[in-house]
Design a protein around this ligand. Sequence first.
Ligand SMILES: [Zn+2]
Length: 500
Amino acid sequence: MPTSETTANKFSGLKKTALSLCLLPLFAMHSTSSIAKDTNPLKLPELGTVASSSLTIEKEIRIGKAYKMMMRSRVPIINDPLLEQYINDVGLKLVANADDVKTPFEFFMVENKAINAFAFFGGHVGIHTGLFTLADNESELASVLGHEITHVTQRHLARSIEARQQTSPATMAALLGSIALVMAGAGEAGIAGIQTSLALSQQLAINYTRSNEREADRIGIALTAKSNFDPASAAVFFGKMAAQHRYSTKLPPMLQSHPVTELRIAETRVRAQAYSPVRLNPSLPFLLAKARILVRYNQTTDDAINHRLKVSFDANTPEHRMAHDYGKALMAVRLKQYDQALTIINHLRKTEPNNLYFLDTLSDIYIGMKQPHKAIDVLENYNEYMADNPVIALNYASALVEAKEYDKAITKLERFTTAHPENIPAWSMLVDANQKAGHRVQRHIAKAEHLALYGNFKQALKELYQAHNNIKNDQITQVKVQARIKQLRQREQDLKNLKI
Ligand SMILES: [Zn+2]
């Protein structure tokens, strides 16, 4: 995949300026004030998984989807195929061992230094890069994911909202109305959109109770152990989070929402002792993902990054050394020192020739050197038997575009987006390839799909109308575009009707 600038800006289609406004309140979904709620004689629903009355799973999934669309346009979600793959591999390994899984799960990363993780309806679990890079091993990361997964499987958010609804029935309608408004307003954006999202963020400041947190800790640790991660890592990680902010007056969001007290660390340690100790080898994928985040999704100076790479991977294991070298190669690419990057990657590929992280960087190096055909030569072989793999598909298509082989790139991307209709970078590339190839109608169609993923139906429909107006003697495309216009109108309407 291309360098960080293109990945972060072009591929995610973000407007970075709007981000900081809504981040913190959006994520402070549960807070320390919830402790008071525990003693409230007003009964909270029983913990567990009894079917809830008003909020069905089906509705949760629909709300979750709407929320994810809203997030895409408000928050710097990382659309990086390697990192997406990694976080979902770890997350889904845990989900496979969890009880009471009623929704699909989807994990994603957000570029944000604040130490935070959060879960929302429909199994959406987000991890900030700041939290990821604080973890020293995969088990520490898994312990946080296990905790968030448990909030979802135990339906803590649904219960919290329902409990609130009893005292304030308007809340939920207002919350969902805000989502719909944000959706409808996206695109015209500007001030109105931002204000709506702020109101929404405040409404989302939902408190988990202390017993919710205990339950998430308890079940989360069991889940971590069952999934063959080290259950002792949760206490270590909580301790690290507490230590990071011991002398800070302002707590990071994760600690506001998940207060790490000495008692909680001690409880977590005792819980972990119930399991046999686990000794794990360092996970190379974890270390490579961490190196990638440190270099590519970490807005700081080159010196600061080099320092982080040094201290993060100073352990004397082959995996740590490889991750350090990989980080160095990424730094060399960032500084356009392609010869140096190539030497490092070729060396790494001697041990791990099929490693996708190394292949991805090799492709970036050749493209940086203006030799896209060399990238195509390497990737073509992989494309034969891994055509559906996002890392291979996106790098291959990107190299084809660089080599001006537009039609081949478009065919590849059209197939890929059929199988992965929500892949943002693929739609961006398809817009670009069609633009460069002079395919006006197809460019409008791809642009419409890209906009629809951000919930911007109004602009998406405009693109489809333009596509429609430009079609000449092609009845099949005409019918397809008409059908898609109908579908998007329906989706826009469904969103407006989203009520509990
Ligand atoms: Zn929690």
